[in-house]
Design a protein around this ligand. Structure first.
Ligand SMILES: Cc1cc2nc3c(=O)[nH]c(=O)nc-3n(C[C@H](O)[C@H](O)[C@H](O)COP(=O)(O)OP(=O)(O)OC[C@H]3O[C@@H](n4cnc5c(N)ncnc54)[C@H](O)[C@@H]3O)c2cc1C
Length: 264
């Protein structure tokens, strides 16, 4: 079985305060922020590793990002992925979700036959939740989003459980297909020293625009139907008022204020 896991390099959420908006390009400057594996993509990779352990599979990790994203592909190899592909090229820069999905679909097709593509439901930075379903559209395969359980598999037919309003839906899907996963699906394993040692010998394939054979006007900011026209950071401001008096007086004042504000 051939499994493909899409893994995005995202700014480390612990250092998010270092991210700035470039007023000229209206894009985020995140060069001083270390890149980490998008949290939900760890769940997608863990799902692939468990399938591999239970029924054998070849896991290919694919990521589109700047050259430093190579480190997160390497980390996925240390966790147990068999093959690592980084799609990196200046031509991919500034891509919106549509262009990102189109490029990743091109990379998945070039990587060869696949039975299942696994994505996180959302990234921790853009969080549009669009890339997974759009990849499936470009690959012309079915997609099930927000998967929180793989219930049964019989050959090429799978039954999965997925979020649905206050409950869940049970979906039957035929492979090849794409699943986007939630954090409820599993508990990602930690890196092991032996895994890190094994990964040191593994080679990461790097593909740019020429290797994908996709014309530049379909990639990056040129291939993006959406353009961020303005990005503003909102300074959260809170008016604070200290209520004085006995607890009863303070409670009365608070209720009066809440009524005044139309909250009560
Ligand atoms: C604040 C902000 C707002 C944005 N708003 C928009 C917008 O409104 N419209 C728009 O089109 N774009 C928008 N973008 C750009 C968009 O985030 C990027 O194009 C991004 O690369 C892809 O979208 P995402 O992060 O939202 O992915 P999501 O759809 O949230 O990611 C879902 C999954 O897709 C896979 N994936 C996503 N990106 C990659 C990658 N580079 N490599 C490998 N796998 C990947 C991962 O498995 C991930 O878990 C925004 C970006 C930011 C930072």
């Amino acid at each position: 079985m051939n499994l493909v896991v899409c893994v995005k390099a995202v700014p480390d959420p612990k250092e998010i305060c270092k991210i700035k908006i470039d007023p000229a390009t209206k894009t985020l400057t995140r060069c001083d922020v270390p890149l980490v594996i998008n949290p939900l993509d760890r769940n997608a990779l863990e799902a692939a590793l468990q399938i591999k352990e239970s029924s054998g599979a070849l896991i290919t990790v694919i990521s589109m990002g700047p050259p430093p994203a190579e480190n997160i592909v390497k980390e996925c190899m240390a966790l147990g992925a068999d093959r690592g592909i980084l799609l990196s090229d200046r031509a991919f820069g500034g891509a919106d979700a549509f262009a990102t999905a189109f490029t990743l679909a091109g990379g998945i097709r070039k990587a060869g036959d696949f039975d299942l593509v696994l994505c996180g439901m959302a990234s921790s930075d853009g969080a549009t939740e669009w890339v997974g379903p759009q990849i499936a559209t470009f690959l012309n395969i079915p997609a099930v989003t927000m998967v929180n359980g793989i219930e049964d598999r019989q050959g090429g037919t799978w039954w999965v459980r997925a979020d649905w309003q206050n409950g869940y839906r049970r979906v039957e899907v035929r492979l090849p297909a794409l699943l986007t996963v939630t954090r409820e699906l599993n508990r990602p394993r930690a890196l092991s020293f032996s895994g890190i040692l094994k990964a040191r010998k593994k080679v990461i394939e790097q593909w740019g625009m020429d290797a994908l054979g996709i014309p530049g006007e379909r990639l990056g900011i040129k291939g993006s139907p959406t353009l961020v026209s303005e990005m503003t950071t909102i300074q959260a401001r809170r008016d604070v008022e200290i209520l004085h008096g006995t607890p009863e007086e303070k409670a009365d004042r608070l209720i009066a204020k809440l009524v005044e504000a139309g909250v009560l």
